[in-house]
Design a protein around this ligand. Sequence first.
Ligand code: GDD
Ligand code: MN
Length: 380
Amino acid sequence: SVVASRPTVRTPVQASVTRIGTPDITVVVPCYREAANVRPLVEALTQALTGRDWEVVFVDDNSPDGTIEVVRQLAQTNWRVRGISRIGRRGLSTAVIEGALSSSAPYIAVMDGDLQHDESRLGTMIDKLAAGECDIVVGSRHVEGGDNSGLANAWRHALSDGGIRLAQMMMPVKLSDPMSGFFALRRDLFVKTAPRLSGAGFKILMDLILSAPGPVRVEEVPCVFRPRLAGESKLDFLVLLQFLALILDKLFRGWLPIRFIAFALVGAVGVVVNILVMEALRLGGVGFGGAQSVGTIVAMLTNFWLDNTFTYRDRRLKGARMWGGLIVFLLVCSIGAWANIGVATLFLGTGEDWSSASAAGAVIGVVWNYAVSSTLIWRS
Ligand code: GDD
Ligand code: MN
């Protein structure tokens, strides 16, 4: 019979053993530009997981510093080390998802590749899972014995605190550190949850808990978040937007695709109507101010009619309630228009170009209009 066997092991810990079958633990490490950290991390894991059956999979997005080459080189002489190289892709969460799905081990641990997470906690975390005490174990910076001093500066602390508060409002379980990127769970739970994940941004733990098919039992272990020694953080403005996208996706789960997209499309039609009416009036000799006002009002009326007819077909307003709804709609959209202009101006001030600034304004405008009109005007 054919037995898949691994090449001879040549790690410092275990010499000349033929490896057959999957290890117990897969440590998934998303990494981007971490070439200098790969080797120290493998050494740290080798220390921390002595006596356990483990492997590590680095998921790299074609880092320009050759991170994956360092991984491949280590893998030549150490079967515990694997690499996944993605080309033309970026993203911490999706990297974690692909690394975890490449595992056949019963347990999965996720940690950063920059040595900021304390690998010495891994044993305890896996033991808790194995004892069946919980479904997900989280390394927390905010329980007794944990520490968050490794966060780069006051700005990052403020951001982290705000994010934690926002996350806690949404989470079905009590967690002191829902933003942690250091956690472990059974592979079967991950595999079951994977098809429902958003995969946006950095917060894969939050994504997992909010997407799991049933309630999950979560436990926290104290963890010290160490300062980064080599390389730099990849958290930037886009990652913050992705965090908001993750929250929106979870909030609107189920009906975002249909109703929100419809609402946004109607909004786009309104923009076209506005421009057409303005141009027509301008050709007729009307001044800018007048043309703009009439164009805006006609666009709002068109939008109200389209939304009442299509977007909220199942909640359509008629008679007196329709007129009341229309007045509220005009008010809401006026505020949305001001928010739109305000945000666009703000973006322009940060050096963004015209089109991204107006796109940002439009997004804020449409989210506002949608959120308020679906709760105040066309409520279910
Ligand atoms: N493959 C891949 N692709 N990996 C990435 C990407 C990416 O686009 N972006 C970041 N990573 C990797 C980094 O190389 C690092 O190993 C890990 O993900 C965390 O990224 P950092 O850039 O070091 O993030 P951080 O230190 O600012 O934030 C971390 O700390 C948070 C706690 O405040 C993240 O790990 C969070 O998940 C964690 O909760
Ligand atoms: Mn980091």
